[in-house]
Design a protein around this ligand. Structure first.
Ligand code: NAP
Length: 479
């Protein structure tokens, strides 16, 4: 049989997950002018864009505008979106093998890592994933509640997520009100009594994972003093010459700043690890160990406690210590690293370690939860190149139901309320419209049912209007 990839016999590719890495994988396939590839993208939510919609902070609308690129990819004539379809429940790995020459998993890292300290389960101690999902109106977190009635919040971790959370907690609500922040989160932030936000880094300033750009954004939050202790900064600078020069420069500038008695304070503390959360019913205080650095394996500077401890007030503890991938039904998983085992994007069998024909991975589920949106472009390119090499070598699988209509037939049986890209565009327009009515970028639907109901209603009224147009009597032209 001829190799797939022609008009007569198109290459059929499924992409599971509609975040940036999935879209870049689709884009790399579409860029190949010598190949006809019909791409179907699945997502368990009715909405596409993954962390661009559900992770990027609402006050970063410019970053979110990358969805224009994804729009272009999704409206290509050889691309279909099947939203509200959950892999492992509505479609399985066996279904994908029946319908596609190749499947690319782009499911990201949707859960959180744990600190493993006593008191972590107390009310008022939450993972960042939950807080971020909540302020971004992610349907998984519409029932989440955060008590912002206390003065002290502690954020554990020194990455960009920690900085995002600190900035959102400190920002004047009237600035957030212009964004697409969730209604519930905006209301809670308007009533917030948070005054002090302490960000704990277990290592030093030179090892901080946050970027200079994000730190700069934090330093410019109105009516907020950002406090950096000069001690840790000076001690660390004598170290191994690590760290981003711009970040360190900015930290030095912040350490030299005089406090102006602003409404809120953000304290960036280094060489500090939480060891226990204390509280009777809920979080009240946090025991923090002072750390020192030592050289661990492969020259990495690691933190260890000096034996000095301090107890600080904490009404809310948010751990922003990294995301973690989740195993997919029927797909190999590397528990230790929270990723799908792979070699350059080719999925590897969990038992014999050999590549599994026609199975690929991209994004955070491939390489772990690191990097910015753009990192996914070269990452997806590497995977697509591996896929195309395998296509040339005749190593892809042969689906027995490759006709595009067969997928729709399957979904009509399994998940009749699946959402197409045209449906998403209707949802998108409704959200923007709702936003425009209240001077906001967008007002998101927070529940899947709410979204599907509104979509059905709007489609009914569009249909009714179309029918009315068709049956309307055309007035005769005078004369
Ligand atoms: P991250 O950058 O990996 O940072 C995780 C932080 O948690 C590190 O400082 C790490 O310290 C610390 N940590 C890990 N385990 C810990 C523990 N047990 N106790 C105390 N601290 C611990 O992760 P992230 O902030 O979740 O961000 C994920 C990715 O998304 C990053 O690549 C980030 O740049 C990106 N992102 C970008 C933006 C943006 O560009 N605006 C916004 C959000 C996220 P060690 O270094 O000591 O391990």
């Amino acid at each position: 049989m001829s190799r797939p990839g022609s008009e007569e016999r198109p290459l059929r590719v499924a992409i599971v997950g509609a975040g940036p890495s999935g879209f870049y994988a689709a884009e790399h396939l579409q860029e190949r002018t010598d190949l006809v590839a019909l791409i179907d993208m699945y997502d368990r939510l009715p909405t596409p864009f993954g962390l661009v919609r559900g992770g990027v902070a609402p006050d970063h609308q410019k970053i979110k505008s990358v969805t224009r690129v994804y729009d272009r990819i999704a409206t290509h004539s050889h691309f279909r979106f099947f939203g509200n379809v959950e892999f492992g429940r509505d479609v399985t790995d066996a279904d994908l093998a029946d319908h596609y020459h190749a499947a690319i998993y782009a499911t990201g890292a949707r859960t959180d890592r744990r600190m493993g300290i006593p008191g972590e389960e107390l009310a008022g101690s939450h993972p960042a994933t939950e807080f971020v999902g909540w302020y971004n109106a992610h349907p998984d977190f519409h029932d989440a509640r955060f008590d912002l009635s206390g003065a002290h919040v502690v954020i554990v971790g020194n990455g960009n997520v920690a900085i995002d959370i600190a900035r959102i907690l400190a920002s004047p609500p009237e600035l957030l009100a212009e964004t697409d922040i969730a209604d519930e989160a905006l209301a809670a932030l308007r009533a917030s009594r948070v005054r002090t936000i302490t960000v704990l880094g277990r290592r030093g300033p030179a090892q901080a994972a946050f970027t200079a750009k994000e730190l700069k954004g934090l330093a410019s939050v109105p009516d907020t003093d950002v406090v950096v202790e000069a001690g840790a900064l000076a001690a660390d600078l004598g170290g191994a010459g690590e760290g981003d020069a711009r970040t360190l420069e900015l930290l030095r500038e912040l350490a030299d700043r005089t406090r102006v008695g602003a409404a809120r304070e953000i304290h960036l503390r280094f060489l500090a690890s939480p060891v226990e959360i204390l509280g009777a019913e809920r979080v009240e205080r946090l025991v923090v160990a002072e750390n020192e650095l030592y050289e661990g394996s492969r020259g990495r500077l690691r933190a260890r406690p000096t034996g000095r401890y301090e107890t600080i007030p904490a009404d809310l503890v948010l751990r922003a210590i990294g995301y973690r991938g989740v195993a997919l039904p029927g797909v190999p998983f590397d528990e230790a690293h929270g990723v799908i085992p792979n070699a350059g994007g080719r999925m590897l069998d969990g038992v014999d370690g050999r590549p599994i024909p026609g199975e690929y991975v991209v994004g955070w589920i491939k390489r772990g939860p690191q990097g910015i949106i753009g990192t996914n472009k070269p990452d997806a390119q590497e995977t697509v190149e591996a896929l195309l090499e395998d296509l040339t070598a005749g190593h892809l699988r042969e689906p027995y139901r490759p006709a595009p209509a067969a997928v729709e037939e399957l979904l009509r049986r399994r998940k009749p309320d699946y959402v197409t890209y045209e449906d998403w565009q209707i949802i998108d327009a409704m959200e923007r419209q709702r936003g425009a009515e209240s001077g906001r970028a967008r007002r998101k639907f927070t529940r899947v049912e709410e979204m599907l109901d509104a979509l059905a209603e709007r489609k009914d009224s569009i249909e009714a209007a179309d029918e009315a147009l068709e049956t309307a009597e055309v007035p005769e032209r005078p004369g």
